[in-house]
Design a protein around this ligand. Structure first.
Ligand code: NAD
Ligand code: 89V
Length: 343
């Protein structure tokens, strides 16, 4: 079977990781790229040797010649581009956050379903190998039945220099980063039914909230805490590590800074280093995220070829996006919000 052909739209800050991932992927390659900014288009086109270049997505789709599109633009353009792909019958990956509103997100899922095209949200944090190691340890039964958990991302890293738009939106940390941690909570503890959230802005130079704390009720009775901050100045900067604590009926699990996994069970503690490999193109400390980009892209290729729904399909991601919407609503109104209110 020949390689799947892909086109990438949006040649910005993060897309470079995606282009590296595609270059190394087995079974797919990028044949065309698009960005409305000609300089960014040229930089990525030259770096990755892509000749077919477009400044307009309409022109890209009109010319066609690819099996899927990878949308790596910022959130405002997601709905228009996903609907355009659906109209052209092209399978689609879209970066997180899926959309600015639940109405847009649902319309995108529905457009792809009506056209019969596969649709995956690039929600990569659950593909990080330390998170996979946590899941495997729980699935092994070592800590028994899980009843409590925490997903934590606290940092003082300057994300604004690489992604200046993050400082300007009314929404910041839940929409951009908390969304990953909320998805990890779903992946590990199951779907949530309600959320209680508190937010605040510590950094006066940005428009949105940079600290958020979310208490989740999960379907199976598990309670989890999802907390994130970009206002936390630690002696050793943990960016971009997601830390975890899980308590079960027979033991506990801790994923601590430095990619240390401790599984405590039957009176013994097993310590494992779960640091992800730094791929040849990686730039630490981003190697954790970068590895997960390569893994989710490989998953897409396999799912598309097998005609299987990808793990983070648009349909699945509505549940994660609902947690984002419910968290903002909860924080604004100071009450617990049921997911059914926003879904
Ligand atoms: P960016 O602003 O650096 O890049 C976006 C690019 O898209 C720009 O070059 C812009 O010119 C182009 N663009 C915008 N609208 C377009 C359109 N309609 N047609 C063609 N080109 C268009 O942004 P970024 O930091 O690379 O973020 C892009 C997306 O990636 C965001 O949704 C962000 O949340 C997400 N992101 C994800 C991760 C992750 O780990 N999954 C990490 C960082 C960013
Ligand atoms: O993963 C992301 O979406 C990034 C960052 C880690 C900087 O928050 O925007």
């Amino acid at each position: 079977m020949g390689d799947l052909k892909g086109a990438l739209i949006g040649c910005g800050f993060f897309a470079v990781n995606q282009m590296h991932g595609w270059r190394d992927a087995e079974g797919a390659r990028i044949v065309a790229i698009c960005d409305c900014d000609p300089e960014r288009l040229k930089a990525v086109g030259d770096a990755f040797g892509i000749q077919r270049r477009y400044t307009s997505a309409e022109d890209l789709f009109a010319d066609g010649g690819f099996d899927f599109v990878d949308i790596a633009t910022t959130v405002r353009s997601h709905r228009g581009l996903v609907e355009m792909a659906a109209r052209h019958g092209v399978a689609t990956i879209c970066q997180k956050p899926i959309a600015p509103t639940m109405e847009d997100a649902k319309a995108m899922v529905s457009a792809c379903a009506k056209s019969g095209v596969a649709f995956m949200v690039h929600e990569n944090f659950r593909w990080q190998s330390p998170i996979r190691a946590v899941k495997a340890a729980i699935d092994s039964g070592a800590i028994g039945e899980v009843f409590w958990g925490r997903v934590s991302f606290r940092s003082g890293y300057d994300v604004f220099s690489g992604q200046p738009y993050l400082a300007t939106g009314k929404r910041f940390i839940i929409e951009d980063l908390g969304i990953h941690a909320l998805d990890v909570a779903r992946y590990i503890f199951g779907d949530a039914t309600a959320v209680t959230a508190r937010t605040r802005r510590v950094n006066p130079a940005i428009a949105g909230e940079d600290v958020a704390t979310m208490l989740l009720d999960h379907d199976g009775g598990i309670t989890s805490l999802v907390d994130c901050s970009y206002a936390t100045k630690l002696p050793v900067e943990p960016f971009p590590e997601t830390l975890m604590e899980v308590d079960g009926s027979k033991g506990t699990l801790r994923l601590t800074q430095g990619y240390h996994l401790a599984v405590h069970s039957k009176g013994a503690t097993k310590l494992t280093n779960v640091e992800p490999p730094a791929l040849s193109w990686a730039s630490p400390p981003w190697h954790n995220i970068q590895e997960s980009v390569a893994l989710i892209q490989q998953h897409w290729i396999e799912a598309l070829r097998a005609g299987r729904e990808p793990d983070t399909s648009g349909r699945d991601n509505l549940e994660t996006f609902a947690l984002v919407e419910a968290s903002y609503l909860s924080a604004a109104e100071g009450r617990t919000v049921s997911l059914a209110e926003v879904l």
